[in-house]
Design a binder for this molecule. Structure first.
Ligand SMILES: Nc1nc2c(ncn2[C@@H]2O[C@H](COP(=O)(O)OP(=O)(O)O)[C@@H](O)[C@H]2O)c(=O)[nH]1
Ligand SMILES: [Mg+2]
Length: 284
């Protein structure tokens, strides 16, 4: 199996979230700006019911600015409150977010409680640390690091629940699973690096050819992904007896993508969202 989420885990996460959400007024949903669709939890809308959700497209610094704009327009058109953020460096984020909820707060008796939810590695802990200006939640590049429970006062009548709701990613969709893996949202040990790298190369060839070509000074992209992976590996000294070490080459490529060495890249656009997933798409 590609990802380490199983029905048992999902059921437990689901129950925990349903329980935790009962105590809050609104939800901060953290998704990855490089894949706003695939980094959503497939059941979140069902779990949050009528509670207001603010969708935060995090890691905007890593994403393609043009596509981030397209995603924001798409969400606006579909009546989804969304905001693009960079939670590891942005200042005044707390003010911006509390201001957004201020209008909704009128409907609820203070303190107004908000909870952060999202899939592993989306940046929930980083966001909580940013909002509280403290190092409360542990952050890390590997998924599923956050533990513990607290409530933090953001201002006079605004509370943040510091137990991020950790939800499973879109694993039922193969494409989503691959995209998530490219960004590192799935533990490296749970995936075959070479498969993910080949997926990434095919994607880059089509969508960001210059970024790929420039980074590895490739003469041409008119080759199969496997041949390109070998060329990249050969150039980066990933040689072993009998040829190129595919796994090593894959690790180099994926690390480069994740650390933005290939530039700002977004892995999916709003036009690729399956129709059935678009609640407000026109139906006839
Ligand atoms: N470049 C960038 N990295 C971020 C941002 N927000 C979080 N990260 C990084 O993403 C990784 C996962 O973040 P974390 O907060 O631990 O995610 P969580 O699993 O959802 O709690 C960490 O290495 C963070 O430093 C961001 O806005 N930009
Ligand atoms: Mg965390």
């Amino acid at each position: 199996m590609l990802i380490g989420w199983y029905p048992g885990h999902m059921n437990k996460a689901r129950k925990e979230i349903i329980h935790a959400l009962k105590k809050v007024h609104a939800i901060l949903e953290v998704v990855d700006a490089r894949l706003p669709y695939s980094s959503e939890n497939p059941l979140l809308r069902e779990l949050t019911g009528d509670k207001p959700v603010l969708k935060l497209l995090n890691k905007t610094d890593l994403a393609d600015p043009g596509l981030t704009s397209q995603w924001l327009s798409y969400f606006a058109k579909n009546n989804v409150s969304a905001m693009a953020i960079t939670s590891n460096s942005q200042t005044s984020l707390s003010k911006t977010i509390t201001r957004h909820f201020r209008s909704l707060q009128k409907a609820a008796k203070p303190p107004f409680k908000v909870m952060v939810v999202g899939i592993p590695n989306a940046g929930k802990s980083t966001l909580i640390n940013n909002l509280t200006n403290r190092k409360i939640a542990k952050t890390g590049n590997e998924p599923a690091i956050t533990k513990g429970q607290q409530e933090i006062k953001l201002d006079e009548d605004f509370l943040l629940v510091d137990t991020p709701g950790i939800l499973w990613p879109k694993i039922e969709d193969q494409d989503s699973a691959y995209r998530l893996a490219v960004t590192g949202a799935i533990k490296n040990t749970a995936i075959v690096m070479e498969d993910i790298a080949l997926y990434a190369i095919a994607f880059l060839k089509t969508n960001y050819p210059e970024n790929l070509q420039d980074r590895y000074t490739l003469d041409t992209l008119d080759e199969e992904p496997i041949a390109l992976l070998e060329e990249i590996g050969a150039k980066r000294g990933c040689l072993r007896k009998g040829g190129v070490d595919h796994n090593k080459a894959a690790v180099i490529l994926l690390n480069d993508i994740r650390s933005q060495k290939l530039g700002q890249i977004t892995l999916e656009s709003p036009t690729e969202i399956p129709k059935s997933d678009n609640e407000n798409s026109e139906q006839d």
